[in-house]
Design a protein around this ligand. Structure first.
Ligand code: DC
Length: 226
């Protein structure tokens, strides 16, 4: 039997990390974990529980007090549950996207979610995507991929995704949200987004999904066959 490895996929918002991670997990029969969905779940909790104040400030102290009441589950079908409520679709809304970086900058939130991410991965054979997977969650991951793409391509892809869901979207607003999240995610004090020293870079700007998957599978093959 081939050895099962841990694959960490990090990168900026809208580069196609989750799409690649999901396809890779399917091809390898590994477990896919979308860590961003977990931060989005906490952001949704904040919206639902009046923890988002004026100018989208988060009521941090109250959130920290309530962290123990937040239970997040990720189904094998990629559905996301918050305290037994299915929040799969609603966590993709612009409202959640607008505040999630602030929530993800809170240290206590990260400590809780990193612990959960490690528990979920205990069985091995994992593909996890996020911002700190190769640097903090799994610094010993056998394969670390840092995904990039131009801002133009990322904006276009996100627009298509939102339009496919029937949402009326403004191109500039989508681009600004991506840029502002990237800025917040890479400049925060706690586990900022950065490329791990031993990560390999994948620029998806000009690559189809199939090409990205083939590239990643070739990398895996180098590691699992001796
Ligand atoms: O990948 P995504 O867009 O669903 O992530 C949502 C937000 O969560 C993003 O702004 C950064 C944050 N995040 C993080 O800080 N660490 C992770 N491991 C995953 C996501």
């Amino acid at each position: 039997m081939q050895k099962k490895i841990t694959i960490a996929i990090d990168g900026y918002a809208g580069c196609g990390k989750s799409t690649l991670a999901k396809a890779l997990a399917k091809a390898l029969d590994y477990t896919f974990i979308d860590s961003g969905a977990m931060y989005r779940a906490v952001a949704f909790y904040c919206l639902e529980n009046n923890l988002v104040l004026e100018q989208d400030e988060i009521a941090e102290a109250t959130l920290i007090q309530q962290l123990d009441q937040i239970s997040i589950q990720l189904g094998s079908d990629q559905r996301v549950w918050l305290n037994n409520q299915d929040i799969t679709e609603v966590i993709r809304s612009p409202r959640v996207a607008g505040i999630v970086s602030k929530v993800a900058a809170i240290k206590a939130v990260r400590v809780k979610l990193v612990e959960l991410q490690r528990q979920m991965s205990a069985a091995g054979g994992i593909v996890m995507d996020g911002r700190d997977i190769g640097t903090v969650v799994f610094p010993d991951a056998e394969l670390k991929i840092f995904v990039t793409a131009s801002i133009e391509v990322r904006t276009q892809r996100r627009l298509e995704e939102l339009r496919a869901k029937g949402e009326v979207v403004d191109q500039l607003a989508v681009e600004e949200n991506l840029k502002s999240r990237d800025h917040q995610d890479s400049t925060r004090a706690e586990s900022p987004l950065k490329q791990a020293a031993d990560a390999v870079v994948l620029d998806t700007s000009a690559l189809s999904r199939e090409e990205q998957l083939s590239w990643a599978l070739a990398r895996v093959a180098l590691l699992v066959t001796d």
